[in-house]
Design a protein around this ligand. Sequence first.
Ligand code: SF4
Length: 403
Amino acid sequence: MVVLGEGDLTIQEIAREVGEGRRDFSKIKGIVFNQGNRFVETPPAPLLRDLDLLPEPALELVKREKYRFDVFGKDNFVTCLETSRGCPYGCDFCSVTPTWGNKWRNKSNKRIMREIEKAKELGYNWVFFVDDIFVVWPNRSHREKLFREIIDRRIGIKFIAQMRADVTARNPDLVKMAAEAGLRVAFLGVESGSQETLRKMHKGIAVPDSIKAVKVLHQNGVIVLVGLIVGAPYEGFRELMATVRLSRELADAGADGVQFSVYTPLPGTRVFVNLLREGRILTLNWDYYDLLTPVLRTRVNPLIVQLLSLYANHSFYVRKYIKGKLGRGVRSQGDKARLLRQAEKYMWRRLPHFAQVTLVDFPLSLIKTLLLYVRRERLSQEVVSELISQSQRIVYEEGVWAS
Ligand code: SF4
């Protein structure tokens, strides 16, 4: 049985049905199940309106020792908390809105504080807020009150959050407050150094926003990790190089880490449907959909896209490291400098792993891409039509909320 989309309420209904000895799943919304020798899909389920109704995470059932966060030194433990779901934006490559809906919903600050305090009591000193987007325009004042409360109550926990560049760049005071409350690591989805690519992605940010956002975070002592994407179907070599160049500008602005991903059309997104229709998808073997392997026929050869992503990743760190050693890099102060020193030691210890990835795994992955490209897998028309129809189906009962 498969639960589609937000499954919290659906799982409860399934458990009740099984627990009470009935096995009639046909009335449970939002599932696909096997009945005899056919699959039955029930109508979409409603989204949960009030996230405070969810049970609190049973952190006490988890062994804290298994969640060491060694990258920043000994005695660091991290737990994951969720404060919101969904995203009001519509980036074409992103699976967040098909998964959680285009409506942004958040828990109340009272509830979030209870969860943070529980994590603290259980000995966690780091929280990773797993929200795909931690601050959006409509919730700025909500977040401001949350940060104020964390500061006033001297919670003393460090946290990691995923942010948007435009909101970050235009709200330096909020970032300052977030850093005071404990924000130590921020992940920014910058995606591209080409304004044209950003426009086609429907990202809704401008390149200068990203540089400013990195500066604002760095100035407030926050470690900045940046996500970039290469190989979008509408990109040429010039756009790819603009992204590589931007990664260097971001390093000089204070970015500490970068992750180059290969543009991957995830099932359920509109790009997936469009590219399937255009016959530009190279494979439907989901093992290749790892954000590292090109699965698309693009304007640039997929091997070049893949090689470029490795080169850009490595050159970011090598360049940053050398500049830092020569005293020409951007300087970090205080807690950020201390955490980065720990992270550097951790990276040196992991060097054999990185060497294996670069010298063994990556060449193997290149061969896989080459075979994919040369063999030109024929996609069955029946499967393609089925996938297009499934991908276009709505997962949620629109306009209806569960409470
Ligand atoms: S990439 Fe970020 S901003 Fe864009 S739709 Fe996904 S979660 Fe929202």
